[in-house]
Design a binder for this molecule. Structure first.
Ligand code: SF4
Length: 481
């Protein structure tokens, strides 16, 4: 049987995936191995996922971003799902979760594995509900059957809702918004109807064996995450976290990689507390947070409310951020929402890395600022997180080619352009001119791949036709605008 990454690491063996990760992060392969061996980082890499370009998730590495895709009862076809995968990778998702609950789940999942250069995550409970017909009719055998099937299909990590226990349920009684995790609400219903402990918890050792056989990484679900600020950091949330810590160690004992999911909705002054507590309770296992949203008042803008919390979480040590789109709480995201959500989260992740002084992380900022100060508009667009948006916003008011050399833009206008005035003053006063000054060389930057443009972090030759990591707009490429 093939070894998992953590088993190999513990034996002192460097895998091809560890070498690749070290290259992408600009780190010593031995450091990667140590982090994986100690459970402080994971390399989600199912042995059956041939198209994967390995990546690492851990607080000592560049902060990663996950995008959720997947169909629903109302919208579902293979081509659309592959386009969603492409869009997510194009705009810089480091991993993708297929949360599909519609039809053709196997066909879509297999196509995702076949084409995805990034790790693919799933939530097996969703398929179990579909097959069983209702939450209470799910059986332990069905859960194991689905987990094993998805492991064989090549899924790299799975959210397993094993941490919510029967004794936790009364702790949610006083909450404003109850249990907001889909998986959590399903498990709570199952326990209430069947009068038994959480079935995932009951079969957890068997799941570990399946995961070990295929090197599937646990993403331990936070079923009791707060759904509003008022419920943040309550007894229920932290009781489940204690169970997640226990399950983390069970996973490690079986030679399985583990990361832990986190909230949710958390006010700013409690974000760091959440990260620190998870790191302590789960012995440093990578923390994978959804947002958190730092205020509840802005449906329609929750990519912003959550990116604020995500940046703070990254700064405090979260390893991966699950994106939130503007459609959160309102509807299924579409292409433009995916783009906006990923932009917000790439900003949060990068800001966290700069704040944590990751080697070379700020070089990208410096290179863009130098281009900006020199009025090198084309270079500024090329270096932008979303070059197409930067270019189109500029060109909305000053579209002509001559304005690509202009020493102003339409924001302040020629007369009041402060950078132009500043430069003129410096030159008049014989202060150092900008010409001839060396620009930051991103090619030789020690930054990890995700902290260098272009935003898409993966070779995408394996993706379907839409895939391209240059800066053209994928919508234009397909004529679908
Ligand atoms: S006009 Fe204002 S915004 Fe535009 S380049 Fe000059 S200083 Fe910057």
């Amino acid at each position: 049987m093939a070894q998992t990454q953590i088993q190999a690491a513990r034996e002192g063996r460097l895998t091809a995936e560890m070498e690749r990760v070290a290259e992408r992060e600009n780190r010593d392969p031995e450091f990667v191995r140590e982090q994986v061996a100690d459970g402080q980082a994971v390399i989600p890499a199912n042995v059956n996922h041939d198209a994967l370009d390995a990546m690492v998730i851990g607080r000592e590495f560049a902060t990663k971003v996950n995008a959720n895709i997947g169909n629903s009862e109302t919208t579902s076809d293979l081509e659309t799902e592959l386009e969603k995968l492409h869009t997510a990778v194009h705009y810089g998702a480091d991993t993708v979760m297929d949360l599909g609950t519609g039809s053709d789940l196997d066909e879509i999942r297999e196509a995702h594995v076949e084409h995805s250069p990034v790790p693919l995550g799933t939530v097996p409970l969703y398929e179990a509900v579909k097959q069983a017909g209702s939450p209470e009719d799910i059986t332990k055998d069905l859960l194991l059957e689905i987990v094993e099937k998805q492991a064989e299909q090549g899924v790299d990590y799975m959210t397993i809702h094993a941490g919510i226990l029967a004794e936790h349920l009364p702790l949610t009684d006083g909450r404003k918004t109850g249990i907001v995790s889909r998986g959590g609400s399903i498990m709570a219903k199952w326990m209430e109807e069947n009068g038994e402990q959480n079935p995932f918890y009951q079969v957890f050792p068997e799941i570990c064996e399946i995961f070990a056989a295929h090197d599937v990484t646990f993403s331990l679900g936070d079923s009791l995450r707060p759904g509003c600020l008022a419920d943040a950091c309550d007894e229920a949330q932290y009781a489940e976290l204690d169970t997640l810590g226990e399950l983390t160690r069970v996973g490690w004992d079986h030679g399985v990689q583990v990361m832990v999911e986190g909230p949710g909705h958390v006010p700013m002054h409690k974000v760091a507390e959440n990260v620190e507590r998870q790191q302590e309770v789960c012995d440093g296992a990578p923390f994978y947070v959804l947002g958190p949203l730092v205020t509840d008042i802005a449906p329609g803008y929750d990519h912003i409310t959550s990116a604020i919390g995500a940046a703070m979480a990254a700064r405090a040590g979260a390893a991966m951020l699950c994106y939130v789109t503007p459609k959160e709480h309102l509807g299924l995201p579409e292409e433009e929402d995916v783009r906006d959500g990923l932009a917000a989260y790439r900003i949060a992740a990068h800001a966290g890395d700069v704040g944590n002084e990751r080697p070379g992380a700020r070089d990208w900022d410096d290179a863009l600022s130098e281009a900006r100060y020199e009025f090198d508009w084309r270079e500024q667009f090329d270096l932008a997180l979303d070059p197409d948006r930067a270019r189109s916003f500029h060109d909305q008011t000053l579209p002509g080619d001559n304005y690509k050399e202009a020493r102003f833009c339409s924001m302040c206008g020629a007369e009041f352009c402060s950078m132009r005035i500043d430069q003129d003053a410096r030159e008049d006063g014989e202060m150092k001119a900008i010409e001839g000054k060396e620009r930051t060389d991103l090619e030789s930057s020690p930054a990890a791949e995700v902290n260098r443009p272009p935003v898409g972090t993966h070779e995408s030759g394996e993706l379907p036709p839409m895939a391209d990591h240059d800066h053209t707009d994928p919508l234009e490429e397909t004529g679908d605008d």
